[in-house]
Design a protein around this ligand. Structure first.
Ligand SMILES: NC(=O)c1ccc[n+]([C@@H]2O[C@H](COP(=O)([O-])OP(=O)(O)OC[C@H]3O[C@@H](n4cnc5c(N)ncnc54)[C@H](OP(=O)(O)O)[C@@H]3O)[C@@H](O)[C@H]2O)c1
Length: 299
């Protein structure tokens, strides 16, 4: 059973956790900091991120450092500005955790016009990773962990004619599309980037702010269907495991080891669908994202 007690010494390592102010992102920041890493808490609200840092420090000493980075993944300009600031302050990046996410919001778009879940959960992280690639390439064994979801198995492809809310909105379907896109991105990045480990993780079923768009009564009914709803410290373990443990397989997907991967401790995921393995779809998605973000990864 792998826990945060197994995290190796991260002194001298630099990490970014998107959405690090709450939920499993917060627990990821906390564990990396305790293990000695210098952690940038990338968040869209400065006050929330600083409050998270204060809470982590108040909970006990860590061996690393933490700072706030302002990042709105729903705005491509903000992503570039954040990355430029990181490049000014740091020469290399060891760990990038693409964790931030939004689930089933009312129909809405990013500032650049993409369906919000696709735009934040996938496209924003694609752009961010591309911007930061030169720093990742400077690290000895950099890792990019992209947080996906078991929901990725619920769709069998990506409708490229419906990424800007062109068709009637199906909130759960678009969430699943964004999380399938995260898996395809992970695999394609791992294929393309030598010297960088790209891996996906999911936190099973964990009680966080992610469920903010589900009405309270409905949420209670939903959670009642699961034997265990994990707390964020446990939900964060798969992404901490993939970010720090030895022997992680590039391009692979990890999650909790319990029944149907709803809860448990980190292990290779059994979630697998033809769409998740579709290399042509992954290549098409990469080309699409390159074109619409203008971010060309220079390998
Ligand atoms: N919880 C689960 O059961 C579960 C299951 C499967 C997958 N996941 C995935 O796990 C990841 C973390 O989710 P969580 O459960 O910890 O949810 P959470 O508590 O809601 O945290 C999500 C984080 O993403 C941030 N975020 C949202 N939109 C953003 C934007 N435009 N720019 C920058 N940051 C933004 C949020 O910021 P604010 O605080 O400012 O809103 C928050 O920090 C997500 O990718 C989610 O899809 C979670």
């Amino acid at each position: 059973m792998w826990t945060t007690a197994n995290i190796p010494d991260l002194t001298g390592k630099t990490a970014i956790v998107t959405g690090g102010n709450t939920g499993v992102g917060y627990e990821t920041v906390k564990a990396l900091y305790k293990a000695g890493a210098t952690v940038i808490v990338a968040a869209r609200d400065y006050g929330k991120a600083q409050a998270a840092i204060d809470a982590i420090q108040a909970a006990g000493p860590g061996r690393g450092q933490m700072s706030v980075g302002l990042l709105n993944l729903a705005n491509l300009t903000s992503i570039g500005t954040f990355a430029d600031a990181v490049k000014t302050d740091y020469n290399s990046l060891d760990i990038l955790v693409n964790n931030a996410g939004v689930m089933i919001p009312p129909a809405s778009t990013t500032d650049d016009g993409y369906e919000l879940q696709f735009g934040v959960n996938f496209l924003g992280h694609f752009a961010l990773t591309g911007h930061l690639l030169p720093l990742l390439q400077q690290a000895a064994h950099a890792r990019v962990v992209t947080v996906s979801s078991g929901a990725a198995i619920r769709v069998d492809g990506i409708d490229f004619d419906n990424l800007r809310l062109e068709k009637p909105y199906d909130a759960w379907r678009e969430y699943a599309v964004s999380k399938l896109a995260d898996i395809l991105f992970t695999r394609e990045l791992d294929r393309k980037a030598s010297g960088i480990l790209s891996v996906a993780a999911h936190p099973g079923v964990t009680r966080t702010d992610l469920q903010r768009h589900i009405p309270a009564e409905e949420l209670a009914g939903l959670f009642a269907r699961f034997d265990t709803v994990m707390e964020p410290w446990q939900g964060a373990l798969p992404q901490l495991y993939t970010a720090t443990a030895p022997g992680i397989a590039g391009g692979a997907f990890y999650g909790p080891d319990g029944d149907q991967e709803f809860s448990g401790y980190p292990a290779l995921s059994h979630y697998n669908t033809p769409a998740m393995q579709d290399e042509q779809l992954a290549a098409r998605l990469w080309d699409y994202a390159t074109e619409v973000t203008g971010i060309h990864f220079s390998f």
